[in-house]
Structures are given as structure tokens and as C-alpha cells.
Design a protein. Structure first.
Length: 193
């Protein structure tokens, strides 16, 4: 009943409800964003877009799922949208360099150091290697792996966010771990470790 009142207050547009929403979800949304896009500035921008979307579409929220599930779904979609746009820009930049327009692609901004509870790696280099491997996973595996292993959400929560069955989540996680193991093994083998 408490959540219903909170949602009603959000739909009425009360400042107190919006403040409470930000207090409760700001860190969670940012944490998810930085899990998908490990660059602080980009993650902050995406988190802002998430809250703009939540504020603009809260009237449409029907309560078919928990509010947190709905917000995570928006967050995941915004992150994937950002990644797709960034990949398109990288391909465009690559094509430009092939055609003679030497526009360097700045890869240094893709990864920054951060403290995130879901992932505590020894240094920036290992973070880059791991996130590069995660980004090579098929999209469905990447989403499930990120939400479960990095954001520490339960199978049930991941199931609600992705609208997939728990057995589907387990299968995607199994394949993601297997693929990551292969990707990381190949990387370290090439590096001579």
C-alpha cells in the first residue's frame, strides 16, 4: 500500500515525492549505468536521462510491476541505447579513417576508475579488460550478467526487469560466464600470462 501512495504522489507531481524518488534511486540508477558504461560522465548523463524519462512517463506507469523494476528497465534500455549509439559512432569513425579522413578515436575516455560495490578490481587495466570482454557478449547475455553479477540483483529481479523466465536467466548467465571465460583466457594467453 505504501508504494501505491508513493506512485500516486509521483503521478500528482509533488516535489516531496520527486525528492524521495531521487533519494531512493539515484545511487542505484547510477550504479547500473556505470556497470554498463564504465565512464563516470557518460553514466551520469544516462542517469539524468533515466530520471527525465521517469518524470515524463510516470503517469503511464500502470503498476503491473514494482516501481523499482520499471525504473531498472528504463535504466537498462537507456544504457543499451547509449552503447548502440556509441558503437555506431565508432564504426563511422573507423570508416572515416579507412576513407582517408584520419579522425583519431579517443579510447582513453571509455574507461575511468570508479568504486562500485558490484565490482572491485585491482586496477584500471583489469577493469578495462573485463568490461571489454563483457561488451563482446551478445546483448541478452551482457544485460543479464551485468544486472546479476555487477549490480548484484537476484535472479527474480533480473527476470522481472528483462521479462524473461528465471530458467532463461540461468541459461543466459551460464553462457555469459562460459563466453567470458573463453574471452579472458584468450586475452591472457595472447599476453603471455
Amino acid at each position: 500500500m505504501e508504494e501505491e501512495k508513493f506512485i500516486a504522489a509521483l503521478q500528482e507531481g509533488t516535489n516531496q515525492a520527486y525528492g524521495q524518488l531521487l533519494d531512493e534511486y539515484q545511487q542505484k540508477v547510477f550504479g547500473t549505468c556505470i556497470s554498463f558504461v564504465p565512464n563516470q560522465e557518460d553514466a551520469e548523463d544516462i542517469a539524468q536521462e533515466v530520471f527525465v524519462e521517469v518524470f515524463n512517463s510516470i503517469e503511464k506507469f500502470k503498476g503491473d510491476s514494482k516501481l523499482s523494476t520499471w525504473i531498472y528497465r528504463i535504466t537498462t534500455n537507456k544504457c543499451l541505447e547509449f552503447i548502440r549509439k556509441k558503437n555506431t559512432k565508432k564504426r563511422f569513425g573507423f570508416m572515416q579513417s579507412l576513407l582517408g579522413n584520419d579522425t583519431p578515436i579517443d579510447r582513453s575516455s571509455y574507461f575511468t576508475e570508479f568504486n562500485h560495490p558490484g565490482i572491485q578490481l585491482e586496477n584500471k587495466e583489469k577493469s578495462e579488460i573485463l568490461f571489454a570482454a563483457i561488451n563482446k557478449l551478445p546483448e541478452s547475455q551482457r544485460i543479464v550478467y551485468t544486472l546479476n553479477k555487477i549490480d548484484d540483483l537476484s535472479y527474480q529481479e533480473v527476470s522481472e526487469i528483462t521479462e524473461k523466465s528465471i530458467s532463461s536467466i540461468e541459461s543466459l548467465l551460464f553462457r555469459a560466464k562460459k563466453n567470458l571465460k573463453t574471452l579472458l583466457y584468450d586475452y591472457y594467453k595472447k599476453e603471455g600470462y
